[in-house]
Design a protein around this ligand. Structure first.
Ligand SMILES: C[S@@+](CC[C@H](N)C(=O)[O-])C[C@H]1O[C@@H](n2cnc3c(N)ncnc32)[C@H](O)[C@@H]1O
Length: 323
């Protein structure tokens, strides 16, 4: 379970207290149907302070958890990497910036870029609750897809590409690559989100960047036909979620797709678990993406001792075998 940092939870509670729950609920309903309809947005989806608050309440815990999980894969793949600056592109209320600061305590300078001023204002208010100087002192800048991205060691592009046309997606990636930094693209874990990630992956490779997550190789994706690469991040449901989805579980799995690339040599990731492991008596079965650019089924029996104990501990999205 990926809980929100306490400071972010406190900030959200304080910021949301000013909005009547019924207005938040109707804001969430409107956003849910806007996001479900999919496709590039011809006008900003976040149109008012209520929309921004509803987005923060309804989506920030999930997008925080997804970006946190994506960047965990990076921190494990390149453990010595310590980025100092972040540009969070289409950063909205700053969920990815919070996740990046949690993943990389080395971050000192954070810039959040978005077209919606109300989202940036809301995000700045939330960030004041953080004890991290990088978040408290973050720059919150109006920005439109097509404009340059400020140079940074890490550029996060989380849940943005789906709101852009393919041409805009390409322009944003080109601007991100011009920073010379690592690029992390996170999208919903749907077949469509995966397709956008695949296109981004191709552009990152063509530029000469090295894929560091999730792929344990620099080759074509073996899931390209008939499947899609995605991972889960378990998120506690907020009070608002529970109100909207009465009677359901206290948590949900946010599925996300990702690609992260940076200049430099490939990391030594042996393989990546692609599905929930299956357990039978004295047997664990893992579906793995391998360093050879293929998928394989690893069956690990109790007789294998330490390897079996390791297999029982891994989860969907972890490296396999553990490094
Ligand atoms: C789904 S939200 C994601 C926000 C944040 N990255 C997160 O993960 O929670 C998409 C964000 O992209 C911004 N956005 C969409 N189209 C944009 C554009 N053409 N130029 C700049 N920002 C844009 C929206 O304003 C919104 O804040």
């Amino acid at each position: 379970m990926t809980d929100l940092p306490e400071a972010l939870r406190d900030g959200l509670d304080a910021a949301l207290a000013g909005f009547p729950p019924t207005r938040l609920s109707s804001g969430v309903q409107r956003l849910m149907s806007a996001y479900r309809s999919g496709g590039p947005a011809s006008a900003p989806i976040l149109r008012s302070d209520v929309d921004v608050a509803a987005y923060a309440a309804y989506r920030m815990p999930a997008t925080f958890a997804a970006v946190r999980a994506a960047l965990r894969q990076v921190a494990e793949a390149v453990p010595d990497w310590a980025p100092r600056s972040l540009s969070d592109v289409g950063g909205g209320t700053g969920a990815a910036a919070w996740a990046a600061v949690a993943a990389f305590p080395s971050l000192r300078a954070v810039t959040v870029l978005d077209q919606v001023a109300a989202a940036l204002t809301f995000g700045r208010r939330l960030a004041r609750h953080s004890a991290e100087p990088a978040l408290r002192g973050a720059a919150w800048q109006r920005w439109r897809a097509g404009a340059d991205v400020p140079a940074a060691d890490l550029v996060t592009i989380a849940y943005l590409l789906g709101e852009l046309t393919p041409a805009q997606q390409e322009t944003v990636l080109t601007a991100a690559l011009a920073t010379g930094g690592a690029i992390a693209v996170i999208e919903p874990g749907t077949p469509e989100g995966y397709r956008r990630v695949l296109a981004a992956r191709a552009a990152l490779l063509a530029h000469g960047h090295t894929i560091v997550a999730p792929c344990p190789h620099q080759l074509g994706c073996p899931l390209e036909t008939g499947d899609w690469c995605h991972f889960p991040a378990r998120v506690p449901r907020s009070a608002l979620h529970r109100q909207l989805k009465a009677g359901q579980l206290g948590w949900e799995d946010e599925k996300f797709a990702l690609v992260v690339a940076m200049p430099g040599p490939p990391p030594a990731v042996p393989g990546r678990v692609l599905r929930h492991p299956r357990y039978r008596k004295n047997l664990v079965t893992l579906q793995v993406c391998t360093a050879a650019g293929t998928t394989a089924t690893a069956t690990v029996t109790k007789r294998e001792g330490q390897r079996y104990r390791a297999a029982r501990d891994v989860s969907w999205g972890d490296a396999w075998p553990p490094t």
